[in-house]
Structures are given as structure tokens and as C-alpha cells.
Design a protein around this ligand. Sequence first.
Ligand code: AKG
Ligand code: FE2
Length: 344
Amino acid sequence: MQQFSHSYPPCFRHQFSDQPTDELSDNDNHHTHEQDPLPSIDLHQINLKKLEEACTDWGIFRLVNHGIPSGLLSELHEHAVRMFGLEFESKQKLFESVPLSAMSYFWGTPAITPAGVPLLALCKEKGIVNYNWVEGLNIPLSQPSKVDLVHQPLLRDFRSLSESYGVHLERLAKSIFGAMSQNLELSEDNECYLSPSTGHLRVYRYPRCCFDNQPKVWGMDVHTDSSVVTILNQFEVGGLQVLSPKDTWIDAKPIPNTLIVHLGDMMQAISNDKYKSVKHRVLVNREKERFSMGYFVFPADDCVIRSPNYKPFTYPDFRAQVQQDVKTLGLKVGLSRFKLNVDF
Ligand SMILES: O=C(O)CCC(=O)C(=O)O
Ligand SMILES: [Fe+2]
């Protein structure tokens, strides 16, 4: 067994015996020069028409000229590599010693409660592998600096880098939402549809996965995000796929100095289904670990979403329904739970 696999949760270790190689795999595709199929939006000069098309047809776009210093992104990457690379048992202990409001650690599922606790204990040692091949850190950005991490320098520095990154993400989310509101002609009464205080960051490591044949294992299986928007940074290794307007899966490759913006379920509801909450998934990689970071932002808790296709509802109503469905059915049903005139 590889030595570095000791940083993996035990359920990610057992298939793991060969050497990593430097060859590029199919989804390690950041150096290919094919044309990027995703629509691209320039934050310096948002073209409203192009944005409208991207939101209506795709529900996802690539953001260029975002103005986040590349040094900040590479520092975040280095810290993530160090933190996830700690031996699993000490990593667990480390995160147990800090309040969930500062940071929480999870693996096997991206579904966690608002407090940061995984919703499902999916990691089975034997039998069908139905957990996602991912480890993550959840970092709420709402109460910056209130948490005392003085005795944990690695986490303290990471938290502080995350807060600096959060300031940029808030700026980006506000600009993008502002432009979408203009296109949708939303009134100023709808300002609560985007509440930066709900923002949180998820940092992921997708461990190498050596399943050759079946069962099919996902880094993250097909889903839509519940957010208004998600702003994603992928480091070096690809694997993210999105459902295109033609209903085919396409690679959303890591391209340096660009971010990926997903529209989430809340944005689809706010736009009364004019905009799409994009379906996406993450492939596993045999040769390389993958790191990514997603920022998720939601409506204010007491903000009622009113759209003709939907019963009035708040984001906490939606989240509670998702959590119940994940617990009882093992999957998120999503927006159709809140639509008018839908039979279950
Ligand atoms: O890691 C990625 O590229 C995507 C993560 C994602 O889809 C999510 O956290 O909802
Ligand atoms: Fe997602």
C-alpha cells in the first residue's frame, strides 16, 4: 500500500496498490488545447446578452478577468494539500478539536447538515460502494475571525486565507447576481435573494481511485447545487462534467485564471425556471488526486421566494426538505417539491 494513502479515510485505501504515474488520464485534461465549449463571461465588462444566453441555455459559465490574485489561490491550494495530506487519524482529531462554526471535515458524501455534520454514514468497508470518492472541508464565512484557532496554526492560517478569498467571492457573487437581476428585471425588493452572510466555502480532495471496472464510482454523482450561485475553482486536475444544452456530458476543464460559475436551484426558482440549475458530476481519477474549492451563496433565511411556478418558500424550507429526502429516500428530489401543479 502506498504510504500517502494513510491520509485517506480507510474506505478509500483498499483498492490502492499501484504507483501513481505522470501520464495524463482522460479526465486529467487541463493541458489539452481543444476549444472550451463553455460560454465565457468577462467580469470586467459583463455582456448582458451573453450572460442571458449562458443562464438560459446552460446554467453555467466560465468567468474570466475575475481579479482574484493568483498568489492567494496557490496559497489556498498549498494549504489544502498539507491539511488533507495529514494522517487520517490525526486529521480527524485535529478537526474534532475545532468548533464546527470554524471548519468541519467530512468524507464519502457532500451532503452535510447546516452545522457541518455528514447526513449519511455511507462509508461501507464491504459490498456495494455507494459513497462519493471525496473528502471535504466546510468553512462557513459568515462569522469571520470570531473563532479562536490560536492553538492550531495550520487551520488558523487556512481560515484566514479563506476569509480573504471570501471577500473576493462576495464581490463576484454580487456582480454576477446584479447583472442577472438586471436581465430578469427583478425589483429592489428582491435584494434578499442573495445574502452574502450565508456564504460558505467547501474545499475538496478527490482521492485517487483505482476501481477499474465496476461498480461505477463517482467523485461526486450527478446533482444540481441548491445555491443561488456556486463559484468553483479547480486546481490543475480535471474531472468536472456538466450537462450541455444538447443533453450530452462535457468536460469543464481547469483553465488557469478562470473560475466556473454554476447557477443553483434557488436561481432557477427566482427566475421562474427561465434560468437553469445545471446538472453536473465529478469523475474519479486513477492517477492523480484532485483538489477544488466551491463557494456557495443563498438567499437570506427569512427571504420568501415568490415565483409564479412555485409555492412561496424560503431557503431553509428547501434545505429541510432536501435533508429529509436524502435521509429517507437517499436522494435529493429538489425543486419539484415546491412547484405548483406537480403530482408526486
Ligand atoms: O469539485 C467540483 O468540481 C465540483 C463540486 C460540486 O459540484 C459541489 O460541491 O457541489
Ligand atoms: Fe455541485
